[in-house]
Design a protein around this ligand. Structure first.
Ligand code: ATP
Length: 367
């Protein structure tokens, strides 16, 4: 969706100034430290961050398995502090699936509907629809201890979606699958989300997974949200060093800020050359700043370029080649260029190289 379209969507889940502390006094751990975020209806929203940053805790607060120390969780504008988990229109898919092994696939999917006291006919048609959604129509009568890991994942999804939650919480649901199956399920999950129109809140520490599946991503570290944005915002315009470093590979450079206005700046590189750069939201004007340039947004050239140095290593990857260059000021810089068919990149270890930075590729970090 275009940004202005997305802007108009209703907010499904809002975390407002959430603090979650575990333990007492000086031993207390602040799992969440003043987290605010608004997740829109029908959005595939991902909480991304390293182990221990608080992703699961935020999910558990939304589910109602934990209560906030401070702040509130709102569902469509209403504070849901008083609603126990089973009364929230929210369901969770866990990493471990937690299927009932003695029941069939269909019985597993029917479970939540039976608890809700739905009629036999309704349960039958709903289970059929859910099995169709997850492409498991053929296996309804199988026992769940006789299906593969990927199939178990699909059953867990069907079971969680069956009661028709408004919001589905997914806590690293793909981490037990092997690489190929994981890639396949990433695409499947995205399809299921857009087919059902349900808001998905997905937790992962895998940046590639987050980039490929999400409408928007919140990058978390140490109990805080550092940046929220679309995958391309997060990748192309990282706000700070942590986000830039956590998402993909990047080059960090120290530069002098010559001029700064609104979201644009002119910066002077260590070579003395000046280039234009975009500025991260929330950056305070200062004389010296860190800028980032993604390796694929620069190329090595024999002559010219805004930076220069010496080639230290050339690593061939099939589709592209990574050229590691030591700049004149001693800092490292990597460029990644696509390989043309049967053509060597033209650089060898020890060669002098210029670096040409693509227009609009440099971003000034907030800190
Ligand atoms: P992971 O990917 O490893 O699950 P996470 O980002 O989901 O990590 P959380 O599980 O939310 O992180 O944990 C955040 C912090 O809160 C961690 O330091 C964790 O040890 C702590 N924590 C979580 N639950 C509890 C609890 N019940 N009691 C005490 N500390 C807890």
């Amino acid at each position: 969706p275009k940004p202005e379209e997305a802007e108009q969507k209703r907010v499904a889940v809002e975390a407002r100034s959430i603090v979650k502390a575990f333990g007492q006094g000086s031993n207390a751990i602040r799992a969440l430290d003043n987290v605010s975020v608004a997740i829109r209806e029908n959005e595939f929203f991902t909480l991304l961050g390293p182990s221990g940053c608080g992703k699961t805790t935020l999910l558990r607060l939304i589910a109602g398995f934990e209560y906030p120390t401070e702040g509130a969780i709102l569902l469509y504008g209403d504070d849901i502090a008083g609603l126990p988990p089973f009364k929230r229109p929210v369901n969770t898919v866990f990493q471990s699936y937690a299927l009932f092994p003695h029941l069939t696939v269909s019985e597993n999917v029917a479970f939540g509907l039976e608890m809700l006291g739905r009629s036999k006919d309704e349960i039958k048609s709903r289970v059929a629809a859910m099995l169709k959604l997850v492409h498991m129509e053929e296996l309804g009568n199988r026992r769940t201890d006789q299906i593969s890991g990927g199939q178990a994942q699909r059953v867990a999804l069907a079971r969680a979606l069956a009661p028709g939650p408004k919001v589905l919480l997914l806590d690293e649901p793909l981490s037990a699958l092997d690489y190929k199956l994981r890639k396949e399920m990433q695409i499947e999950l995205k399809r299921m989300q857009s087919e059902t129109g349900i808001t998905f809140i997905f937790v992962t520490h895998d940046q590639e997974e987050a980039l490929t599946m999400s409408d928007r991503i919140a990058v978390m570290s140490k109990g805080r949200i550092l940046q929220v944005g679309s995958p391309w915002d997060i990748y192309d315009k990282p706000a700070d060093r942590f986000v830039a470093d956590f998402i993909g590979e990047t080059n960090f450079l120290t530069a002098a800020v010559v001029d700064i206005a609104n979201s644009r700046a002119t910066v002077r590189l260590s070579s003395g050359k000046e280039i234009p750069a975009t500025v991260a939201e929330g950056m305070q004007p200062k004389h010296e700043a860190t800028i980032v340039v993604r390796p694929e947004h620069a190329r090595a050239v024999k002559k010219g370029g805004q930076l220069s140095g010496t080639v230290e290593n050339v690593v061939y990857f099939g589709t592209d080649t990574h050229i590691h260059i030591r700049l004149e000021d001693g800092s490292p810089f990597t460029v990644r260029q696509q390989n043309a068919r049967s053509e060597f990149c033209g650089f060898e270890i020890g060669d002098p190289a210029g670096i040409e930075i693509a227009a609009d590729a440099a971003q000034v970090l907030r800190d």
